[in-house]
Design a protein around this ligand. Structure first.
Ligand code: GDP
Ligand code: IMO
Ligand code: MG
Length: 434
């Protein structure tokens, strides 16, 4: 009865939504543990396309309970829009969704604070999604945040909100921001939001505890990726939450002793959105080709994603901090046409080999990638359903990645649809899903 974490092994957009949707058939609960509506998880079901932001991808499976854990930051307006869109598509979200009473609330003033920090001339912009994520987590850690439980308690909410909003207004005025700051209108709107989400709110840690005791299985859905993790990522070019495996426990209240496996999702190449170091980035026409073939444009902001080559040291590092049991490699099909495929197998700085993953952006920026080149397969993989059916060079490519990263590759995705996924028989991944 395995409870399993599925998370991004790179800088996000690895295809977690597709993988979680596929796997959720075998779980009773899918729980998000961090992030907010900065995530964009695209799931294709038949001829329908869903882009999930706050709501766990498990919602698409009738009967699966989707849980927004305490580690998530919730913009109630964004949540209600997402619920409305899914219900218009015929889903029964009210029945299937539960929201932690301990999750923190995002307000419009968080976006204003973010605009200030991203717009400063004395700081490099992170290139955030402008959803107020970072400032909401700042308030959480600063012990002045407003939680869903506070929002539902109107009297308590009023006082908390007024203090918070007043402080933010002072900051905005000090930085010369003249945005529309109708605090009273926002307060009233949030109280209306509260009434609409109330039926779905509960103590989700207790709910998950009871589910585990009843023998149900939980799939933890990561958002963002390990290299965007607040502690382990390319700080400060990161998001503000714990995207790595440890976050699954703190972000849901399920103890580590009740989690049985960690599956890393990685593209067969790599992308990143926003600023920050990226040693294996392909700034040439090959990078552009990947962007077009892989349709590498942000699901949330529409920004073109920066594209590059599979980075072995980076994967070894994310395997270390997450303890991956298995990797699922997505978007192999995007490489189908290449004659040869570069793989970053190491880094140098000033001509010297660098073996340790840097702690600072300055050290990251000077890294030079060392590439090895593998022969491409130059044939379509999108209809192949068995590992043995893949072209020999594709199998060699995957075996090379597994050998160099030291993690088994238990699955391969060759297209966005559910059935375009190969689970390798005899793999640890297969046994975790059983
Ligand atoms: P997530 O944030 O990790 O869930 O990833 P996104 O949904 O932001 O980005 C992944 C994109 O790749 C989505 O548009 C998926 O539909 C698509 N996708 C997922 N797996 C595959 C695959 O194996 N091949 C191709 N061509 N597209 C894929
Ligand atoms: P999914 O779950 C890719 C990036 C932003 C920015 C940095 C901080 O779809 O993989 P934030 O708004 O979180 O404060 O921005 O993190 N970022 C993502 N990049 N995929 C995501 O989510 C991301 N969520 C945030 O581009 O560089
Ligand atoms: Mg995404």
């Amino acid at each position: 009865m395995s409870n399993v974490i599925v998370l991004g092994a790179q800088w996000g957009d690895e295809g977690k939504g597709k993988v979680v949707d596929l796997f959720s058939e075998r779980f009773q609960i899918v729980a998000r543990y961090q992030g907010g509506h900065n995530a964009g998880h695209t799931v294709i079901v038949g001829d329908r396309k869903f882009v999930l932001k706050l709501i766990p991808s498990g919602i698409l499976r009738p009967g699966v309970l989707a849980v927004i854990g305490n580690g998530v930051v919730v913009d109630p307006g964004a949540l209600l829009s997402e619920i409305e869109a899914l219900e218009a598509a015929g889903l029964n979200v009210h029945q299937q969704l539960r929201i932690s009473n301990r999750a923190h609330v995002i307000f419009p003033f968080h976006r204003i604070v973010e605009k200030i920090s991203e717009g400063r001339s004395d700081r490099v912009a992170i290139g955030t999604t402008s959803r107020g994520i970072g400032p909401a987590y700042e308030d959480k850690i600063g012990r002045r945040g407003v939680r869903i439980a506070d929002l539902l308690d109107a009297d308590n909410f009023d006082a908390l909100y007024r203090t918070q909003a007043g402080d933010k207004q002072t900051i905005a005025v000090a930085f010369g921001i003249e945005d529309d700051f109708d605090l009273e209108a926002v307060r009233r709107k949030y109280l209306q939001f509260a009434d609409r989400i109330r039926p779905m709110v509960c103590d989700t840690a207790a709910l998950l505890d009871q589910a585990i005791k009843a023998g149900q299985r939980i799939l933890f859905e990561g958002a963002q990726g390990t290299m965007l993790d607040i502690d382990h990522g390319t700080y400060p070019f990161v998001t503000s939450s714990s995207a790595a495996a440890g976050g699954a426990s703190t972000g849901t209240g399920v103890p580590p002793t009740k989690i049985d496996g960690v599956i890393g999702v990685s593209k067969a190449y790599i992308t990143r959105v926003g600023g920050g170091p990226f040693p294996s980035e392909a700034r040439d026409r090959m990078g552009e080709m990947i962007r077009q073939r892989g349709n590498e444009f942000g699901a949330v902001t529409g920004r073109p994603r920066r594209c590059g080559w599979f980075d072995v040291p980076l994967l070894r590092y994310t395997a270390m901090v997450n303890g991956f049991d298995s990797l699922l490699i997505t978007k192999l099909d995007v490489l189908d046409t290449l004659e040869r495929i570069p793989v970053c197998v190491g880094y140098t700085a000033s001509g010297r080999e660098v073996t340790e993953i840097p702690a600072t952006a300055r050290e990251w920026e000077v890294l030079e990638p060392v590439f090895e080149y593998l022969p491409g397969w130059q044939s379509a993989t999108c209809e192949i359903a068995e590992f043995g059916g893949l072209p020999e060079n594709a199998r060699n490519y995957l075996q090379f990645l597994a050998g160099r990263t030291g993690v088994e590759i238990g699955g391969v995705s060759v297209g966005p649809e559910r059935n375009q996924t190969i689970i390798i028989s005899g793999s640890r991944l297969e046994s975790l899903l059983r």
